[in-house]
Design a protein around this ligand. Structure first.
Ligand SMILES: Cc1cc2nc3c(=O)[nH]c(=O)nc-3n(C[C@H](O)[C@H](O)[C@H](O)COP(=O)(O)O)c2cc1C
Length: 178
């Protein structure tokens, strides 16, 4: 017996990859950070990543104007911080200060890396054609940083309505895929 799945709930089952933190910076303003789970890989090298950033978010304007950002992968231990930065706005909150995230200088972009993240990706906006229709930015990764001490930390995966999966196990199977 199959029950109807309301269309509004579909996303919870298709949510991609780990929840990310997206940082932006504009001259004369404090850097900002938001939570982001609507993203997907588009290509291997250089890595291209599509991200949906809603227009109501302060980060939307900063991303458009600056043309760059950092995508950071937080460990699951930062779950409460991720939810907090995803539920307030850089319009009126200094999120790095309030939530004790450590901004570190990036090499290619003005937006800061996050000291507590497992991986930080410096990105430039490569394509804005889908922004008008879908708020979707195509980002090109210009440089990537890993914290080897945190590489085996569990990651957070959003399942909607404040529910998260925590990925802490992996298996390796023979595969021809990269
Ligand atoms: C787990 C989680 C995932 C989120 N994913 C997205 C997303 O993919 N795209 C988006 O536009 N907003 C997403 N949000 C909401 C933004 O993070 C939120 O609106 C944030 O307050 C925007 O901050 P800003 O106004 O400082 O840019 C998410 C929030 C949470 C808690």
């Amino acid at each position: 017996m199959l029950d109807n799945l309301p269309l509004s709930q579909v996303y919870q089952f298709i949510e991609p990859g780990p929840v990310l933190l997206l940082t932006t910076a504009l001259p004369g303003h404090k850097p900002n950070v938001m939570a982001l789970s609507w993203h997907m890989m588009l290509d291997f090298e250089p890595p291209l990543i599509a991200c949906v950033v809603g227009q109501a978010n302060h980060s939307f304007g900063a991303l458009r104007q600056s043309g760059s950002c950092v995508l950071a992968i937080p460990p699951a231990s930062l779950a409460q911080t991720v939810v907090s930065v995803g539920n307030c706005s850089g319009k009126d909150t200094d999120k790095f200060g309030v939530y004790n995230l450590t901004p570190l200088p990036a090499k290619h972009v003005a937006a800061p890396l996050i000291g507590e993240a497992i991986v930080n990706l410096e990105c430039r906006v490569k394509d804005t054609r889908a922004v008008t229709s879908y708020n979707m930015f195509v980002l090109e990764c210009l440089g990537a940083w890993q914290n080897k001490r945190l590489l085996h930390e569990p990651t957070l995966h959003h399942k909607g309505y404040g529910r998260f999966g925590i990925l802490s196990e992996e298996i390796t199977l023979k595969s021809l895929m990269r």
